[in-house]
Design a protein around this ligand. Sequence first.
Ligand code: SF4
Length: 343
Amino acid sequence: MKEICSFSLKDLKVWMEENGEKAFRAPQIFDWIYAKDAQNFDAMTNMSKEFRAKLANEFSFPVLKLLKTQESEDLETIKYLWELPDQKRVESVLIMSGDRRTVCISCQVGCPARCAFCASGKEGLMRNLSPAEIVEQVLHINRSLKGKGERVSHLVFMGMGEPMENYDAVVKAIQIFNAEEGLGISQRRITVSTVGVVEGIHKLAKEELKVNLVLSLHAPNQHIRKKIIPYARKYPFEEVIMAMEAYSRETKRDITYEYTLMEGINDRPQHAEELAQLLSGKQCTVNLIPYNPVDGLRLQRPKREAIEEFREILEQAGINTTWRYTKGKDIAAACGQLALQKS
Ligand code: SF4
């Protein structure tokens, strides 16, 4: 069976035409799903019973089942555990900060990149998510926010999975998120995070969608990067940086480098100096993320003074630096903590 939330509006119009239906049915269905929050085809009452039955025969909707939500103590983060049609599970996180309602989306079950510091990559890749399995994470959370007069404002592909390794599904989902008839979330509010899949970065630069791109850099040089990010063997440091700069030139989007600080690995003053030298004079932001503990991994979060010193070295070199305040740590929803939960 096809999944209706894997269809962009254009795809759905084509399907209607190929199946002897009027093209105007496509925006009607989009309106029911994305604006009126219909939860099945039966609810789409301005369409005939026969047509609704035909849709229900052809398409599955919804495909995600919500198993559990967990709220952080400060009530600013909610983690959602979903069951997929094959009983596999993924997680998403809603982060509420001021007016922002940001959803951190998963795009794969597990992750092929196996970064040393990340729970999602511990068991490798199980499978890619379909566009519908990506879209419905946001659709559901948006629906629950609407009940409070709010809506999802920002999206980040920073949950489980490497977006460039599920490229087509991620791009399709972004088209649906961005479409006015879909969720209407502006491209500027959508961020894709990659560990540095060079051909994916170049391909994304050519898309009509000009989303923000973030690189998980996490090291000041190839030697350290290779130790913590196995993909660095395939995509050398300089090539990845060059691809990011090309993306920025092509799309006019600023570059952000994520840098997870791990004690004794990449948090020393000399590492900050090396990073400062590398990025000096470049239009970019470095987002420092103190490491979030993951069960079964021996890595440590650096002391606060070490983080402050690292930041100061970068700032003195004129590099725009942010320090991400970690939300959702108590429910294992912080960066790098999403895992293949069994319950
Ligand atoms: S940090 Fe990102 S790319 Fe690396 S294993 Fe985790 S989810 Fe995959």
